[in-house]
Write a protein that binds this ligand. Structure first.
Ligand code: HEM
Length: 538
């Protein structure tokens, strides 16, 4: 475009089936029989001589009223990740929930999640995301990788994938990201001195949002946004708060039918948040196009950032590029930042693991050597810490898939086309059959050569999703997290909040800390005070 400008594993529900399903009555006196099927084996019900395939109608689960009671009376609306665990205790690993006319099939075991994902088809659909897509229709904006579907989605991914996922391209972002890391570490020092009595940094996640936004901006635009300045530019600050606002309102809006959205008091805020996200992205795309025009006129080389490549490759229109860039920006902020916040929180509570990480970092990068992407390849413990953090705090606590191409069998039940499956990753992350002692932070689970008993199910923890629809930003996110964490630990010993505050997670589409995470950063180069005793619970 710019060139033109410039030129079933036979599962039977072992647990009682409560409200809503005919499973309990149908199973009375019935015989379950295993049948071969494409997805493994299925359970059919023999009633007299006739064999009947179990279907979604046979599946148990809470009624709409019961769900409302759990969400708003028992108070699980903000902790829906925990509701996955509570409901799986009652209904087993497969149950049906109703949200008004919407029926959701919840899947809460690694085996069943694997069955759903292995049958996702050529163009997997996460969910039809009516509220996000509704905004794009309202404003005539293009869909990006998060919201597009079918062959159009596949086309976008085939254009966006190479420079986001291929190792040689991703490692080329290492120096730019390291510049942002340097600024972040300087900012930590400044925050400690000016606002934290020389040692405490308050609201780490808030600071890391700025790091993550700046980080994704250097990858996409090669532009610095001034997020690490003492005073952050207003527009950038508003972008970050709009991402949070949009995610927060999304979980409320989606509970209502589309026809009433325009009358909801918070619909306007939702639209305003999206407007701002698109506005900032548009300004950045516009600026890059102008820069390229100038460079082209001066006959200077224009090779560079991700966006430069997209604009020059002429495969997407500017509107399409804008749709994709907006979605990449918003997906790149809260995800990496919350994960780094939790990993520092956990390391502060587990000094022995922190010491092991520190030893690994200084052995690979002694003295003043700054870790780069090649160095992190030699830091298995660092990677294990991120994996274990994402197991305990999966930033996407529940993912989804809609069957679009065929009906499928999962856990012995036949589901029609257009069934919406909710994949309860948070619940499975705490499955003691896969992760012994599941509430304990144990990075060593992820190390090769770990005890045989820790042989993990491949779908036990899939924080970046699965298959062709998996996270587009995974490699960049990992690079950002490895570079930042290794350098922070090299520079500082991280200790818990002196007030002893325990922080738990809440779900606002993504899993976030319920309150600010405050930590002490003790400079390793300076003589240290003796460590105060700390508990090791999460
Ligand atoms: C810790 C960091 C991150 C985690 C845990 C994470 C996790 C996920 C998950 C679980 C999905 C859904 C995958 C599926 O349905 O199978 C996803 C999708 C996506 N992520 Fe990430 N993400 C992270 C960081 C990022 C970053 C930094 C970016 C941007 C550079 C990004 C961009 C995207 C996009 C565009 C999609 C949609 C892909 C599609 O539907 O085709 N993510 N991510």
């Amino acid at each position: 475009m710019l060139r033109r400008c410039l030129r079933s594993v036979g599962l039977r529900l072992n647990r009682p089936q409560h409200e809503g399903g005919r499973g309990a009555t149908a199973s009375c006196g019935d015989i379950h029989r295993r049948d071969a099927s494409s997805s493994g084996s299925t359970t059919s019900t023999v009633m007299g001589d006739s064999v009947r395939q179990k279907t979604i109608d046979d599946l148990g689960g809470p009624s709409f009223l019961t769900t409302l009671n759990w969400l708003f009376v028992k108070g699980y609306f903000q902790t829906s990740q925990q509701l996955q665990i509570e409901h799986s205790k009652i209904y087993g690993p497969l149950w049906k929930s109703k949200y008004g006319p919407l029926v959701v099939v919840n899947v809460a075991s690694a085996e069943l999640i694997e069955q759903v994902l292995r049958q996702e088809g050529r163009h997997p659909v996460r969910s039809d995301m009516p509220h996000w897509r509704g905004y794009r229709e309202l404003r005539n904006q293009a869909h990006g990788p998060l919201t597009e579907m079918g062959a159009k989605w596949q086309r976008i991914r085939s254009i966006l994938n190479p420079r986001m996922l291929k190792p040689k391209h991703v490692s080329s972002y290492s120096n730019s990201i390291n510049e942002v890391v340097t600024d972040f570490i300087q900012r930590l020092a400044w925050l400690r001195e000016t606002r934290g009595g020389g040692v405490v940094v308050h609201d780490l996640a808030g600071e890391l949002y700025k790091f993550a936004f700046e980080g994704i901006c250097v990858v996409l635009f090669e532009n610095r946004m001034g997020c690490m300045n003492e005073v952050m530019p207003e527009d950038t600050q508003k972008f970050i708060s709009s991402v949070g606002e949009m995610f927060k309102l999304s979980v409320v809006i989606v509970l209502f039918p589309k026809s009433v959205w325009p009358y909801l008091p918070f619909w306007k805020q939702f639209v305003a948040a999206w407007d701002h996200l698109f506005k900032v992205a548009e300004e950045l795309v516009q600026k890059k196009m102008e820069d390229l025009e100038v460079k082209a006129q001066l006959e200077q080389s224009v090779e560079g950032a991700y966006l430069t490549h997209l604009l020059l490759s002429d495969q997407m229109t500017v509107t399409e590029i804008l749709g994709s860039i907006t979605e990449l920006l918003l997906a790149g902020v809260d995800t990496t930042s919350n994960t780094i916040s939790w990993s520092l929180y956990l390391l502060a509570k587990h000094p022995e693991f922190q010491e092991q990480l520190y030893q690994e970092v200084i052995s690979v990068c002694p003295g003043d050597k700054v870790p780069n992407s090649d160095d992190t390849a030699h830091m298995p413990y660092l990677k294990a810490i991120i994996k274990e953090t994402l197991r305990l705090y999966p930033v996407v606590p529940g993912n989804a898939r809609v069957t679009v191409e065929d009906e499928i069998v999962v856990g012995g039940y036949l589901f029609p086309k257009k069934t919406l499956f909710h994949l309860c990753h948070y619940c499975v992350s705490y499955d003691e059959n896969i992760f012994p002692d599941p509430h304990t932070f144990m990075p060593q689970r992820w190390l090769r050569g770990a005890d045989e008993k820790y042989k993990l199910h491949p779908f036990g923890s899939v924080p970046f999703g699965f298959g062709v629809r998996a996270c587009l930003g995974r490699r960049v996110a990992e690079l950002e997290m490895y570079l930042l964490l290794s350098r922070v630990i090299k520079q500082y010993e991280v200790r818990p909040d002196p007030d002893g505050t325990t922080v738990t997670p809440i779900t606002r589409t993504l899993l976030c800390p319920a309150k600010p995470i405050n930590l002490q950063f003790v400079d390793r180069g300076v003589e240290q005070e003796p460590r105060a005793a700390t508990g090791v619970s999460l």
